[in-house]
Design a protein around this ligand. Structure first.
Ligand SMILES: C[S@@+](CC[C@H](N)C(=O)[O-])C[C@H]1O[C@@H](n2cnc3c(N)ncnc32)[C@H](O)[C@@H]1O
Length: 215
């Protein structure tokens, strides 16, 4: 893949992901692994919030661009907020993705308690076009590991992300995370010797991701 087709290869780009992806060529990434805002108006115990977690305006344009920049026959894994699944599902289908799997990540602890104790994360496996079956399929139930959210209020564990990169992106391929936060996906991609493109709206999270990748 030439630098012209993907000028952001191995970079963490600060900006709105829809705008940034518009500058990327069609089919210029091999796998998308992303953790967008869950649309739950999240407030951490220390008062930190997640940008765009209080409005769905970005959802359809962002997934439309993700589908465009992804290579045909490739995959996208997207975490999502379970109580906004209708909005996410509509955006994924409208963008052209096929829904090919669902992942559940049981947690040993409850992240909140209301009618039920919230003890799992969740993600969908989406495909663009006619994607081949993996040689060694992963389980769709994967134990979670707590990060402590020291680098980002909703930090994902690198150890949980890494097997997805090994399975769904060939060596030498490019992994995109358009909502990269502190860069957990990018750190996993780099450890797996894949190239990455990270996009993040908040400068402070971009800096954290860059520090993690270059330390
Ligand atoms: C759920 S967090 C991702 C956390 C990440 N997985 C980690 O381990 O650090 C979602 C991130 O998307 C960012 N974000 C929200 N809207 C965005 C947009 N339009 N473009 C780029 N980033 C955005 C937020 O600032 C936030 O850091």
């Amino acid at each position: 893949m030439s630098l012209l087709a993907n000028p952001f290869r191995n970079r963490v780009v600060n900006g709105d992901c829809t705008e940034v992806m518009r500058q990327m060529a069609p089919g210029s990434v091999d796998f998308i692994l992303t953790d967008p805002p869950y649309l739950v108006n999240y407030h951490a115990r220390d008062g930190q919030t997640v940008a765009n977690d209080n409005n769905p305006d970005w959802l359809e344009p962002a997934f439309r661009e993700m589908h465009r920049v992804l290579k045909d026959g490739s995959f996208c894994i997207s975490f999502y907020g379970w109580n906004k699944v209708d909005l996410f599902m509509h955006a994924w289908r409208k963008a052209g993705f096929r829904i090919v799997g669902h992942l559940v990540f049981p947690k040993a602890y409850a992240s909140s308690v209301r009618f039920l104790k919230s003890q799992h994360e969740q993600a969908y496996l989406l495909a663009k076009g006619d994607a081949a079956l993996p040689a060694t399929p992963l389980s769709d139930v994967i134990d979670w590991s707590y990060t402590g959210n020291r680098l980002h209020p909703t930090q994902k564990p690198v150890s949980v992300l890494r097997p997805f990169i090994d399975t769904f992106c060939q060596p030498g391929g490019v992994v995109l995370d358009p909502f990269c936060g502190s860069g957990s996906t990018l750190v996993a991609a780099s450890a797996a010797r894949r190239d990455y493109v990270g996009i993040e709206l908040e400068v402070r999270h971009c800096r954290t991701a860059q520090l993690r990748l270059h330390s």
